[in-house]
Design a protein around this ligand. Structure first.
Ligand code: ADP
Ligand code: MN
Ligand code: MN
Ligand code: MN
Ligand code: MN
Length: 339
């Protein structure tokens, strides 16, 4: 029987944003293992801010499994962290707080920077490159350099081979900044795949001596764009029933829950949500049709289609935890009656 390399992945207990952790176990299977075949495993929670040293065992419960073409017989196993009983979710386990709704769809747009020697990839050793303008969706050595696109393409291929539902990639507004989009049906699917895609990107960049900078405003208060992770979302009701009255109630619910949303939309978001650079102010809630300066952008198609379709919450930032983001969005939606 072939021996499989199972990379168990989980999120640690660091706040405000968790880090990815992973370790390998080797197991024999007749063929690529299904989720049901994958055993629980454990780790030392005292090294990940998830337990005290005296009783430090935490349990890893596999929740989705992906082929890993970078290793012979490789698998990436996304896990939830459980208490030692194996059934109670650990307090750091945000995935377990997501309402189970197969009709909920999410599309996340992950922006990030490549960093080398503490600077965005392609920046000169001192000073700055030519100002923003040609980099967004740009081509040519002076715009994208020699290595960024190679990493982006490799990342895409590894993710597609894993079955991750990428919907697209693009060079972003700042030099060294890129984006990929992942869409998934079901309240947890896109978030699971986002964390695994982040893992693949971080690991891939290791061999190039490059870091992935997920901070939302790595260049501070300059004229360089920050990074977001727009969360596009819909539910069965929003897609099939919708209507102006429901939409207005939904937007009031979002306005009322504004602080709960901002609390999980990623650290340092006040640096990014300034009202400039296609963002809304962190202090207000707004929605607008096709408005990239609103908290929530309503696509033209939504209005034309009698207030049915999906909405884009533009506030989540690049460092946000998609589990916490999906959890809060569905929580707020659940407060609005649907009939
Ligand atoms: P933009 O950069 O203009 O905001 P993108 O094309 O980068 O747009 O991202 C739009 C996202 O919206 C995609 O990730 C897509 O999967 C997602 N999306 C499209 N339709 C739906 C839907 N019905 N429910 C949830 N997300 C959706
Ligand atoms: Mn050991
Ligand atoms: Mn986009
Ligand atoms: Mn973008
Ligand atoms: Mn967007």
């Amino acid at each position: 029987m072939p021996k499989y390399k199972l990379e168990y992945l989980w999120l640690d207990g660091y706040t405000p944003v968790p880090n990815l952790r992973g370790k390998t176990q080797i197991k024999e299977f007749e063929s690529f293992p299904t989720l049901e075949q994958l055993p629980l495993w454990g780790f030392d929670g005292s090294s990940t801010k998830q337990a005290e040293g005296r009783s430090s065992d935490c349990v890893l419960k596999p929740v989705s499994v992906f082929p890993d073409i970078t290793r012979t017989n490789g698998a990436l196993v996304m896990c939830e962290v459980m208490m030692p009983d194996g059934v109670t979710p650990h307090p750091s386990n945000a995935r377990a707080t997501i309402l189970d709704d197969p009709g909920a769809w999410f599309g996340f747009e992950q922006e990030y920077f490549f960093y080398k020697n503490g600077r965005p990839l392609g920046f000169p050793e001192a000073g700055f490159p030519a100002p923003q303008g040609p980099y967004y969706t740009g081509v040519g050595y002076k715009n994208v350099g020699d290595i960024a696109r190679q990493i982006v393409e490799e990342h895409l291929d590894i993710c597609l081979a894993a079955g991750i539902n990428h919907e697209g990639i693009n060079a972003e507004v700042a030099k060294g900044q890129w984006e990929f989009q992942i869409f998934g049906k079901g309240s947890r699917k896109a978030a699971d795949e986002m964390w695994v895609a982040r893992y693949i990107l971080l690991r891939l960049a290791e061999k190039y001596g490059i870091d992935i900078e997920f901070h939302c405003k790595p260049l501070g208060a300059t004229d360089w764009n920050g990074s977001g992770m727009h969360a596009n979302f819909s539910t069965t009701y929003l897609r099939e029933v919708g209507g102006k009255a429901y939409f207005e109630q939904l937007m009031s619910a979002f306005e009322k829950a504004k602080d709960d949303h901002i609390a999980v939309y990623g650290p340092d978001n006040h640096m990014r949500l300034t009202g400039l650079h296609e963002t809304a102010s962190i202090h207000t809630f707004s929605w607008g049709v096709a408005d990239r300066g609103a908290s929530i952008r309503v696509p033209h198609s939504f209005i034309k289609n009698e207030y049915k379709g999906y909405l884009e919450d533009r506030r989540p930032n690049s460092q946000g935890d998609p589990y916490q983001i999906a959890s809060q969005i569905l929580k707020t939606i659940s407060t609005v009656p649907t009939h």
